[in-house]
Design a protein around this ligand. Structure first.
Ligand SMILES: Cc1ncc(COP(=O)(O)O)c(C=O)c1O
Length: 400
């Protein structure tokens, strides 16, 4: 078992090759794991990346924060992604160390003092984001005045169809963004615009609304050439419990909206999906360590992989399958009538409890396994080492 401090980003060295299994049942039968296992589904990573690389009309960056596990990054890279939205020097060093031919973009609007300087000088990053004068001053001070950089002003978007809003902390009005763009341009940097409609955005129209706000910022910056528009992340994962529109609705809406944007020749369009590139490719195999009447204790919890299941307004769910190990050692899927169970994680903290029950087979028992699919985004990225639990076992499932 690995015990890692909270927030630890793994080293950039090559990962040892993973074992392959044809199915979840085969993995469970072979390992009978006591600790949680993450499984990778390479075909799902490929499909997710292809959607963006073939259909998004610009550059696709992977938002590393959604899942920075090296095995996941290797899948993202193997599926053809070469641009990475990085939010800290640690993420930049992880990506640059692992994939020297990749390109990092520092898309966090507020940065740790000194990190912009290292990103620029040591790693050659050119793209930075700001939403206020103070951060722009910091950036200029750390990069010899910002000349040669491409600096994005971030516009705040209204809470539209996203499950998790990202504009009460970051982003500014179109008017103020226009003023920042003038400062950026006057300093000899290239001026660009960005926004984030919020994560797990269920309404493609939110992107059209946000492009309109970016257009107003471009108008407010009259005379400044806008060299790029980054439409952020927010593209949803296909979770049960959410009515997720088909991916092409998002791309079609964005294409139509940008036709209203004052595009200069050569203006680059970018996006920075996290969830949509990593959610489907990862599943979690977790074990029931105790059944106490209608309560189940699992070997993973909210300090491990279940951060999003604990969010108050979160209505999305993960597909579930339950496997039982028979006395013969064979593993079979447990089906039949389902009912709600209260779920506890393995730590000593009472908060390590899912706020909503999970529907599971009535006959579920201690030592059964629950597989949660589509769990790649913002799950293990947020795992901690609390109480000595830090899930970090991996395998590849070629079937399923
Ligand atoms: C600046 C930025 N870009 C991209 C993302 C990725 O968003 P998503 O995973 O919803 O695509 C986030 C998420 O927090 C973000 O803050």
């Amino acid at each position: 078992m690995n015990i890692q401090p909270a927030g630890h980003i793994p080293a950039s060295s090559a990962s040892p090759p993973l074992e392959h299994y044809p199915s979840f049942a085969a993995l469970i039968e072979a390992k009978r794991p006591a600790l949680p296992w993450y499984t990778l589904h390479p075909a799902k990573f490929q499909t997710a990346a292809k959607r963006f690389l073939d259909t998004f009309p610009g550059t696709t960056m992977y938002a590393v924060k959604a899942n920075p596990a090296p095995h996941v990054l290797d899948q993202i890279y193997a599926s053809g992604i070469r641009h990475f939205d990085t939010a800290s020097l640690a993420e930049i060093e992880l990506i640059r160390g692992r994939y020297p031919d990749s390109k990092c973009h520092f898309m966090a609007p507020v940065r740790i003092p000194g990190e912009s300087a290292v990103a620029w000088k040591k790693h050659g990053l050119r793209d930075f984001v700001v939403d206020c004068d103070q951060e722009l001053d910091k950036l200029f001070a750390e990069t010899d005045g910002g000349k040669g950089l491409r600096i994005f002003a971030r516009v705040a978007t209204p809470l539209g169809g996203a499950m998790l809003e990202l504009s009460s902390k970051f982003g500014t009005s179109p008017q103020n963004a226009g003023r920042l763009l003038k400062r950026i341009s006057a300093a000899g940097a290239e001026a660009a615009l960005t926004f984030h409609v919020g994560s797990q955005c269920l309404s493609p129209f939110s992107y059209a609304q946000a492009v309109e706000l970016a257009r107003r910022a471009a108008v407010a910056a009259s005379g400044v050439k806008i060299v790029a528009l980054d439409v952020g992340g927010g593209f949803p994962g296909p979770y049960p419990g959410n009515d997720v529109p088909p991916p092409h609705w998002y791309f079609d809406t964005i294409k139509e909206a940008i036709s209203t944007f004052p595009m200069e020749p050569g203006m680059e369009l970018l996006c920075e999906p996290g969830r949509a590139l990593c959610a489907e490719g990862v599943s979690l195999v977790t074990r029931v360590i105790l059944r106490r009447d209608e309560q189940l204790f699992l070997n993973d919890g909210i300090y491990g992989s279940f951060d999003e299941l604990a969010l108050p307004a979160w209505t999305a769910d993960y597909n579930r399958r339950v496997y039982a190990v028979w006395p013969s050692g064979r593993v079979r899927e447990r089906t039949g009538e389902i009912k709600p169970f209260k779920i506890f994680g393995p730590t000593c903290d009472t908060l390590d409890t899912l706020p909503r029950p999970l529907m599971l087979p009535k006959t579920i028992q201690q030592d059964d396994y629950i597989v949660l699919e589509t769990i790649g985004a913002y799950s293990l990225a947020l795992r901690t080492g609390f109480n000595g639990f830090y899930p970090d076992d991996w395998a590849i499932i070629d079937g399923e």
